[in-house]
Design a protein around this ligand. Structure first.
Ligand SMILES: [Zn+2]
Length: 721
């Protein structure tokens, strides 16, 4: 549950998505809600005056869904409610038929009762918070107000809370009053929302002192911590300014950091709900936090419709990718995204972006976030930064507080660029899968004063060819920086013919990972995602380890075997095996593991060495007595598969270590220390043998230098101010 690390937490933000959606009609239901919250009893008491738009009010079969057991009663005698026997969904919900007074479009309902929907794990699509003494979290997914199905809502909300409590909702806080024994807060949002959120708890509030209109930064913490709050207020200001400049004005009057009472990372309209441990990690301020702020444009400003959730890919691109780009780390970021797609998205787990709604596994994340992010990167490269941003600004301006899909995005980008993007949107959003590239027959030919390079470029994926703009780079004799261009490829085979100013040593195809594609195994370093995404895994336990440690290793392996989704995880002792099977990924556990020498051999090409009591990785010495170590190498009998080694001589620390490494999918090696234990080292092995970096055959037999060229620097999409 706890998202303790950067790599997974970046993606853990979830949007609460209502179950039913209507694409074309976007009726707005207005709620005037007075709610009293009784945390000790787990109850709420509500009076809701509902104003229905004409298209709903005139419907004969008007039904709504409400949390079960709240016993709604209409206040006006002319309105009539019938509980429908059928149509009860999800166990905890009830459906009602409502008949409005003849000439009315307004009805007031009173209801009260316990909200007993369980707190679901963050691993699932939706989390529905409880009404409890620790805190309250009500949202559209808890059906704490009547939901007619697919409508957008606006609201005024009066919340009566216990003394010392504070609440948070979308939009503007209009008032806060306290009286003996209670606190009363009023919120309102008149622009259409996807649902109505009410978060409440005993919280300490910090508001930006120099609160510059029109946007106010707020932080609500469970314990007083002024220094922490001020850091968040400053970051809020910084990122709202950045994105307002880039995309158009921030759509709300405030943005608040709210400390949650369980570990979570949710981006809500105009606030974010982050767990108590997460908000204290310093890196969150400049990774996940800007991602949540940016969701106020994408996801909580313009709402994704039922034709696919584009908002995670776009938010990942303009937050996570942009911040890495500003630090010059964007190539590694894109390679890691493609690596996750390559490792986690097998053909059975693949689906088109138009079917992505929310992340609920590594594979869905690799499509919705990573493939989505790469799609926007390719659009930007094709249109140029200026047109790309103008198109996004136009999309935001035209669809703010409305539902929109890939079709509307396409229209906006086409309108500003004058380009037809039908092919791009079709092949990247409606088709599952990704292209795979291969290069062959690379030759250098002297040609007059210069040289010519010829080569064959192929798309090797099953199915039709993609239409691609393939970046190619050529390393030229005597030049530090590569010669770079882009070639159009609309068929599965392309004969390259490049005229060059000097002798070409080497052809590099898509060397900066600008294309969405399935990577060749040799383009990426062995990494944990490869073993976590493997179809079949064997865990080999050390029979020679002390009893307590044997038990701890076995418990970890059994946990993985039971938790396996598509993975078939087998567990064996090392003394039961003659050799490692070549047909599956292998985990070796323990310093005592008798197959450890095979891992030592497999790591020989890397900057690592392993002996009986210590590992040295990139000149860091990790000692057996102090450190937990994880290292991934290629399988000794099958280079397509990984072998990973996990060793920690402290049995009490093993369960936590085994949990934590799940969040480090793109890394080749990790080290942990301390009682938590905490990560102290992480990294990827360098890549040396990519099949897309090919030396040209020379007519005079000359051979290329080992050293690879550098590439032209690229400005980030936006600079930090
Ligand atoms: Zn997100």
């Amino acid at each position: 549950m706890a998202r303790l690390t950067r790599s997974l937490f970046l993606f853990s933000c979830l949007l609460l998505i209502l179950l039913a959606r209507i694409a074309s009609a976007q009726p707005v239901v207005h709620h005037d809600i007075a709610v009293t919250v009784y945390p000790e009893e787990g109850h709420i008491e509500v009076e809701d005056t509902i104003h229905l738009p004409a298209e709903l009010a005139t419907k004969r079969d008007l039904t709504f869904i409400l949390h079960a057991g709240l016993e709604p009663i209409p206040v006006e005698p002319a309105a009539a409610l019938t509980r429908l026997k059928t149509g009860v969904r999800d166990g905890g919900l009830e459906q009602f038929h409502i008949r409005l007074p003849a000439d009315g479009n307004t009805v007031t309902l009173r209801y009260a009762g316990p909200i007993r929907r369980p707190l679901l794990s963050t691993e699932t699509k939706q989390t529905i918070g409880p009404v409890s003494p620790a805190g309250v979290h009500l949202s559209g997914a808890s059906y704490w107000y009547p939901v007619f199905g697919g409508e957008l809502v606006s609201f005024r909300l009066r919340a009566r809370l216990p003394e010392g409590w504070r609440s948070m909702s979308q939009g503007t806080r209009e008032a806060r009053n306290t009286a003996p024994g209670e606190a009363l807060e009023r919120w309102s949002e008149h622009r259409p929302q996807e649902d109505i959120q009410l978060v409440a708890a005993r919280l300490h509030e910090y508001v930006e002192e120099q609160g510059q209109e029109p946007v106010r930064a707020m932080a609500l913490l469970r314990e007083p911590d002024r220094a922490l709050a001020l850091r968040y207020l400053a970051a809020t200001r910084q990122y709202i300014e950045l994105y307002s400049r880039l995309l158009g004005p921030y759509p709300y009057k405030k943005f608040a950091l709210v400390e949650n009472f369980w570990d979570s990372g949710y981006g809500m309209p105009s606030f974010t709900l982050l767990g108590p441990r997460i908000i204290r990690f310093p890196f969150i301020l400049h990774t996940s936090y800007p991602h949540e702020i940016l969701h106020n444009w994408w996801g909580n400003g313009v709402y994704p419709d039922h034709t696919g959730n584009w908002s995670e890919g776009l938010t990942a691109y303009l937050a996570d990718h942009l911040l890495r780009e500003q630090r010059g780390e964007d190539v590694v970021y894109r390679r890691s995204a493609l690596q996750r797609y390559t490792d986690y998205v097998t053909s059975e787990r693949d689906f088109p972006l138009t079917e992505f709604l929310a992340r609920h596994s590594e594979a869905t994340q690799a499509v919705g976030y990573d493939k989505g992010m790469m799609f926007f990167h390719m659009l930007r490269r094709q249109l140029g930064d200026e047109a790309f941003l103008r198109g996004l600004r136009r999309f935001y301006r035209d669809h703010l507080f409305r539902r929109a899909g890939f079709a509307e995005l396409r229209k906006s980008l086409e309108a500003v660029s004058g380009r037809d993007l039908e092919t791009e949107f079709r092949q990247w959003t409606q088709r599952p899968g990704a292209p795979q590239l291969a290069v062959s027959d690379v030759r250098a030919l002297p040609d007059g004063a210069g040289y010519r390079l010829t080569a064959v470029l192929e798309q090797t994926q099953p199915g039709p060819a993609y239409s691609l703009e393939v970046p190619v780079a050529v390393q030229i004799e005597g030049q530090e920086r590569a010669w770079q261009t882009t070639v159009r490829m609309d068929a599965s085979r392309l004969e390259l013919n490049l005229d060059l100013p000097g002798r070409p040593w080497r052809l590099l195809v898509d060397p900066e990972f600008d294309l969405m594609r399935r990577l060749d195994r040799r383009e990426i370093p062995p990494a944990l995602s490869q073993i976590f995404g493997a179809e079949q895994v064997l865990v080999v336990l050390p029979a020679g380890a002390p009893a307590e440690l044997r038990q701890a290793y076995r418990a970890v392996a059994r946990g993985w075997a039971q938790g396996a989704d598509a993975n078939a995880v087998q567990v064996r002792w090392d003394n039961e095996l003659e050799q490692l099977p070549p047909d599956r990924a292998v985990w070796l556990f323990g310093w005592e593991n008798r197959f450890r020498p095979q891992l030592t051999a497999a790591l020989a090409g890397q900057q690592a060495s392993l002996d009986r009591n210590r590992v040295t990785i990139e000149s860091r010495v990790l000692r057996r007595a102090e450190h937990g170590v994880v290292a991934v190498a290629r399988h000794p009998h099958n280079p397509e598969l990984p072998t990973a080694w996990l060793a920690y001589d402290r049995p009490q620390g093993l369960p936590a270590l085994a949990r934590k490494i799940r969040h480090y999918g793109t890394y080749s090696y990790l080290a942990f220390a301390g009682s938590a234990p905490d990560n102290i080292l992480k990294g990827q092995w360098p890549v040396a043998d990519s099949p897309l970096w090919v030396e040209a055959a020379q007519s005079d037999g000359a051979t290329a230098p080992k050293r690879l060229p550098s590439f032209a620097p690229r400005p980030a999409l936006a600079e930090v101010r």
